[in-house]
Design a protein around this ligand. Structure first.
Ligand SMILES: Cc1cc2nc3c(=O)[nH]c(=O)nc-3n(C[C@H](O)[C@H](O)[C@H](O)COP(=O)(O)OP(=O)(O)OC[C@H]3O[C@@H](n4cnc5c(N)ncnc54)[C@H](O)[C@@H]3O)c2cc1C
Length: 294
């Protein structure tokens, strides 16, 4: 799957009746309520004004789908001029596929995903300092894998330097609310995490489903909710998502720190732990999360 992917500063937010953001944004999509699009009887909805979604990354687009499924019209705005260079591939774990099922997008993605060919591969590694240019990126990657017993060095050496993308990585340990009034956040804007668990995009998809679930009761009312009722609903969503994502953010950060440490004694303990105690089932328990249906 190709997607707009970046490190952390990119945001996806949701606001009802808010003014257009100050950045130059292009409206990239208007999504009518799903029932209206399918011609089925329209679900009750209070929203005459569309919900505004800033950011057409994974989170923003998934939120647009979720809200349209519960009968709310959505406008999506994107500040970037097009696809960013980072992000040739993304790993989706079981929790993400459950969210995609809930959004009704899983089958399309399964049908559309392209296997890497016999001759094309994908590799990634983490360096502690940002290399300045393409050749510097290749040197930094080679330094990381130097002395490994398998052919990583050869693979990296044979990769044209201009094909090596680089992203800055950082995280934020979000606890409690992260929105205000009738505005909330989803995805990296809410809970950016390092890529060590491969979960940032997966939990962005969960966010969309949970936001849709939280707003569904309000969307089904005949009358528009009061701003305080809407705000309370968004704060409840944020509490849910903080409780789910904070442990993942911390775990991902610690895993990155353990993997990157240059201290030999720490490396020895880490390697012994992985060889003797570590079980993949412990490592993957967060992927059993089921965000439910919409
Ligand atoms: C190297 C790397 C590997 C990763 N691997 C995985 C993986 O295997 N599995 C996984 O699940 N996750 C992975 N992630 C994390 C995942 O890519 C992110 O968590 C995910 O892309 C976040 O999506 P998002 O929509 O929240 O943010 P973004 O993808 O950053 O999208 C936000 C969008 O909003 C736009 N924008 C910003 N400000 C505004 C504004 N004011 N108005 C309008 N538009 C705006 C931006 O241009 C951008 O398009 C990885 C990340 C990195 C860096």
């Amino acid at each position: 799957m190709r997607c707009n992917r970046g490190s952390t500063a990119r945001s996806a937010g949701v606001a009802r009746g808010a003014r257009a953001p100050h950045v130059r944004c292009l409206p990239v999509a208007s999504v009518a309520p799903a029932a209206a699009r399918s011609g089925a009887s329209k679900r009750a909805t209070w929203s005459a004004e569309p919900i505004l979604v800033s950011g057409a990354g994974i989170a923003g687009l998934a939120v647009a789908v979720a809200l349209s499924k519960i009968g709310l019209p959505v406008h999506v705005f994107e500040a970037g001029p097009g696809l960013r260079q980072e992000g040739a591939a993304i790993g989706l774990w079981a929790n993400a596929w459950r969210a995609l099922e809930a959004l009704g997008a899983a089958d399309g993605l399964r049908a559309g995903h392209l296997p890497l060919s016999r001759w094309v591969g994908y590799w990634a590694c983490v360096a502690l300092t940002p290399p300045a240019d393409a050749a510097g990126r290749q040197r930094a990657a080679l330094d990381v894998v130097r002395g490994w017993s398998w052919s990583m060095e050869e693979v990296i050496r044979r990769t044209p330097p201009e094909d090596i993308a680089w992203s800055r990585v950082s995280d934020r340990w979000t606890a409690g609310s992260f929105g205000r009034g009738c505005v909330t956040l989803a995805g990296d804007a809410a809970h950016p995490m390092t890529p060590n668990l491969g979960q940032g995009g997966c939990v962005a998809l969960e966010d969309a489903v949970v936001l849709g679930q939280r707003l569904a009761a309000l969307a089904a009312q005949r009358a528009p909710p009061s701003p305080s009722a809407l705000a309370a609903c968004l704060r409840a969503f944020e509490a849910d998502r903080s409780a789910r994502c904070l442990p993942l953010t911390v775990r991902s950060n610690l895993m990155g720190a353990a993997l990157q440490t240059p201290l030999q004694p720490v490396c020895a303990v880490r390697n012994a732990f992985v060889r003797t105690v570590f079980q993949p089932s412990h490592f993957l328990d967060h992927t059993t999360f089921d965000c439910g249906t919409l």
